[in-house]
Design a protein around this ligand. Structure first.
Ligand SMILES: Nc1ncnc2c1ncn2[C@@H]1O[C@H](COP(=O)(O)OP(=O)(O)OP(=O)(O)O)[C@@H](O)[C@H]1O
Ligand SMILES: [Mg+2]
Length: 230
C-alpha cells in the first residue's frame, strides 16, 4: 500500500488520532503548552481548517450533497493545502508541528463510509510521515459518554447520518464511531501508532505523552528545533 514520505526536514511532526471524545485535543493542547514552555517554536494545525474548502464544505454539509467520495476529496484538498502552505514550511523552518488529526482520520472515517482503503491511502501518499503518531484508545462507551454529556445536538455528517445506519441521530453516531474505531484498531500496527490508554486521567496520560516525546525526539528537541529568542 502507498507509503508516506519520510520527514527529511529539521522540524518534527507530532500528530494525535482517535475517535471523537477520546481526548486528543485535550492532550495535544497540554503537550503544546509544555513544548512552548521549553522555549521551542511550536506550530499547530487542525483537521478541516483550511480556508480553501471552507465554502464548499459549508454548502455541501448544509445541503447534504456529499457522497463518501466527494467528502473524502474535499478533506484531502483541505489537508494538501494545510500541508503545503503551513505544515511543510514550518517543518522546514525547524519548528515542532502539532497536528490535531492527520491523514489517518481519512483512512478511518472514509473507509468507515465505504471508500476503498487502498484508494484513500493512495490519495494521501504526498503526506509526510509523522515522527510520532499518538492513538488515544478508548472503549466506545467512554468516548460517547464524554462527547454526549456536554452536547445538546449532533451534526448530520459527524453522526454518519449519510450512511443510513439508524434514523436516530445518537444511535447513528454510536454505530458510526464503532466503525471508525474498528479502522483505527486495524491500522494501529501497520501505521506504527503510539497507543495511549485514554481511559486514564488527563494528567496520567499527559505524563506518558511527554515521556514518549522525550524518548523519541528528545535529542532533536534539545539540538535541532528552532527556539524562541528571548
Ligand atoms: N482523560 C479524561 N478523562 C475524562 N474526561 C476527559 C479526559 N480527556 C478529555 N476529557 C473530556 O472529554 C471531552 C472530549 O475531549 P477532547 O475534546 O479532548 O476530545 P477529542 O478527542 O479532541 O474529541 P473530537 O474528536 O470530538 O475533537 C472534553 O469535555 C474533555 O474535557
Ligand atoms: Mg478535538
Amino acid at each position: 500500500m502507498a507509503q508516506f514520505l519520510p520527514n527529511t526536514y529539521r522540524g518534527k511532526l507530532i500528530i494525535v488520532e482517535g475517535i471523537d471524545g477520546s481526548g486528543k485535543s485535550t492532550q495535544l493542547a497540554l503537550l503544546n503548552q509544555w513544548l512552548r514552555s521549553l522555549g521551542l517554536v511550536v506550530s499547530f494545525s487542525e483537521w478541516n481548517s483550511s480556508p480553501i474548502v471552507r465554502g464548499t464544505t459549508k454548502r455541501g454539509k448544509k445541503k447534504q450533497m456529499f457522497t463518501p467520495t466527494t467528502f473524502s476529496l474535499v478533506h484531502a484538498t483541505d489537508f494538501a493545502d494545510r500541508l503545503e502552505r503551513h505544515i511543510l514550511p514550518m517543518l522546514e523552518a525547524g519548528a515542532v508541528v502539532c497536528a490535531d488529526r492527520y491523514a489517518y482520520t481519512a483512512f478511518a472515517r472514509d473507509v468507515a463510509r465505504g471508500v476503498g482503503p487502498e484508494w484513500v491511502r493512495n490519495l494521501y501518499r504526498f503526506a509526510v510521515k509523522p515522527d510520532i503518531a499518538f492513538y488515544f484508545r478508548v472503549p466506545l462507551s467512554v468516548a460517547l459518554d464524554r462527547i454526549l454529556r456536554g452536547r445538546a445536538s449532533l451534526k448530520y455528517y459527524e453522526a454518519g447520518m449519510d450512511l443510513n445506519l439508524s434514523s436516530n441521530i445518537r444511535k447513528s453516531f454510536g454505530l458510526f464511531q464503532k466503525r471508525i474505531r474498528k479502522q483505527y484498531e486495524s491500522m494501529s500496527k501497520e501505521m506504527g501508532f503510539n497507543v495511549i490508554d485514554a481511559t486514564r486521567s488527563i494528567q496520567e496520560q499527559q505524563k506518558e505523552v511527554r515521556q514518549v516525546v522525550m524518548n523519541t525526539i528528545g535529542d532533536a528537541l534539545e539540538n535541532d528545533i528552532l527556539r524562541v529568542s528571548r
